[in-house]
Ligand binder design. Structure first.
Ligand code: SF4
Length: 507
């Protein structure tokens, strides 16, 4: 996925970009296309724009089937019945809006590469900020590109390195040394192997599992552990940051560390919002973390000390991601938890609409307050994040119109003040309400200014300290760059410096 924090300027939620999934079955007579389908559908939340599968056919050639659409639309029974093979990889993708070229078939993954020397297929979740430099170097060596993505840069880098050695582990080690980015990457080779690689800082989740029955044994790799669960597998462990895992239908699972880093940088947003609650990432339960984030918010919340307020208070989640947090809050606050907002599940992507008016209308289409629950109540509204603030503002006004006495917003993520350069689709600093208001009003006043802007009676965010405690990881293990402005990648810091220089030249 290309670096794109500035392509989509219209979202009101951070957007995860991809899921990867792979299966290698020992049983050569068994086809794993159904398993790939299940792994993708369980990770549909990580990408809804396009989907694809690459399977190794008997005889060693790779067949790739991919298209725009949801997993169930693209991989229907007819398509699956034609995809036979015991080893394969799969991908769900989120493409940014407003970038038409990214809609074409070449940009959909898995990315299938074949020339006279090598054939492989690649599925990738992440971003390589230094891909322009790498592309230029490769072009100088005569490589010809057909897309403008870091995915193709990785593929060309592999093909270029394969000129020097036949050994896949050596090729991948060499490739990893050139990439400075966030990536969880699967490669299906024509020799019937899957290689799974996680970047040295471990931004994106990636885990392995196995499924053993009397008849057969499968090795599984998945962005999230819910993908392993859905095919009946057991989670073995996470792929370590900087590790290459080799899944072979013949030889099982083998591992090699390529680069060991002093720190890691797992994206904190996986716990706050992106990942499914039933997933476990780097040994941490997403559901448990969200529950704890809610408990943290209720602890020391001054509003709860007012008996008059408590008399009519209810805890309401913004569905779906606010649910576990609201349960934790209600549990700690000893207040009733009420599903005071009804979500229409059949409206897709309301948070990704161009223009503020359209986004506000879309919120009404998607969320409707349950009047009988909220009328005459002090509503404590739990959500995962505030990005632009427009969606939160509309939700608050809907709850007020339904007769709430007051609307008090509690946010499980600390204020998001900076964009992401590591593969999450975010607005720019000036479009992030907390980023803009912090610069305008300073540290002391900006939260209250946000409160006024969104029309809440009170507003509290999670602290960074409490976020780390809930996840159980420290600042040397998590990426929190969108909360702190401290970016853990050299290439990103170079880009930021470059952007600053351009902007000061303009001024
Ligand atoms: S900046 Fe870091 S924590 Fe924030 S969304 Fe990007 S990867 Fe995640």
């Amino acid at each position: 996925m290309a670096l794109n924090c500035k392509k989509n300027l219209k979202i009101d939620k951070p957007i995860e970009q991809c899921a990867v999934f792979g299966v290698a079955s020992k049983d050569k007579t068994f086809t794993i296309s159904r398993q790939l389908y299940l792994g993708l559908i369980s990770q549909q939340h990580r990408g809804q724009e396009s989907t694809g599968i690459s399977i190794l056919k008997t005889g060693g050639s790779i067949v790739t089937y991919k298209n725009k659409g949801l997993v169930s639309q693209v991989l229907n029974d007819k398509a699956l019945s034609k995809l036979w093979g015991n080893v394969g990889i799969a991908h769900n993708r989120y493409a940014t809006t407003g970038a038409q070229e990214y809609d074409s078939l070449e940009y959909i993954q898995p990315y299938h590469f074949k020339n006279d020397e090598i054939e492989f297929s690649l599925a990738f979740n992440g971003t390589i900020p230094n891909y322009h430099e790498l592309k230029q170097e490769l072009e100088a060596h005569g490589r010809i590109f057909i897309t403008n993505t870091d995915t193709e840069v990785i593929a060309q880098l592999i093909a270029y390195t394969a000129n020097k050695t036949d050994s896949w582990p050596e090729i991948l080690k060499e490739m990893s040394k050139s990439l400075d980015g966030s990536y969880s990457l699967l490669i299906l080779t024509s020799e019937s192997d899957i290689y799974a690689i996680r970047d040295p800082l471990g931004f994106k989740p990636l885990c392995i599992g196995e499924m053993i029955t009397k008849e057969r044994k499968h090795y599984i790799v998945s962005s999230e552990s819910c993908g392993i669960d859905v095919v009946g597998g057991n989670l073995l462990r996470d792929v370590r940051p900087g590790e290459i895992i080799h899944l072979s239908s013949e030889k099982g699972i083998h591992s090699e560390m390529v680069i060991e880093s002093e720190r890691t940088a797992l994206c904190q947003f996986e716990f706050v919002y992106f990942a499914r609650p039933d997933s476990i990432i780097d040994g941490v339960s997403v559901a448990q973390t969200r529950l704890q984030l809610g408990i943290n918010l209720a602890k020391n919340d001054p509003i709860l000390a007012d008996p008059h307020f408590r008399e009519n208070a209810i805890v309401v989640p913004v569905p779906d991601s606010g649910r576990s947090v609201a349960v934790g809050y209600a549990q700690e606050a000893k207040l009733p938890y009420m599903e005071g907002l009804m979500k229409n599940r059949y409206v897709w992507r309301t948070f990704i609409m161009p223009g503020q008016k359209k986004r506000e209308a879309a919120v009404k289409e998607k969320l409707n307050p349950i009047k009988i629950f909220v009328e005459g109540k002090n509503v404590i509204l739990l959500d995962d994040s505030i990005v632009r603030g427009t969606t939160t503002k509309k939700i608050i006004s809907l709850i007020r119109e339904a007769g709430a006495l007051s609307v008090n917003v509690r946010i499980s993520c600390p204020p998001v003040i900076r964009p992401c350069y590591m593969g999450i689709d975010f607005p720019t600093t000036s479009e992030l309400i907390a980023g803009r208001f912090k610069e305008l009003y300073g540290n002391e006043a900006y939260i209250d200014e946000i409160r006024k802007k969104i029309g809440a009676d009170s507003l509290r965010y999670q602290t960074i300290e409490d976020l780390m405690n809930a996840i159980g990881k420290g600042k040397d293990q998590l990426c929190m760059a969108c909360l702190t402005g401290i970016y853990p990648l050299k290439s990103v810091n170079r880009i930021i410096e470059f952007e600053k220089a351009i902007s000061s030249n303009r001024n």
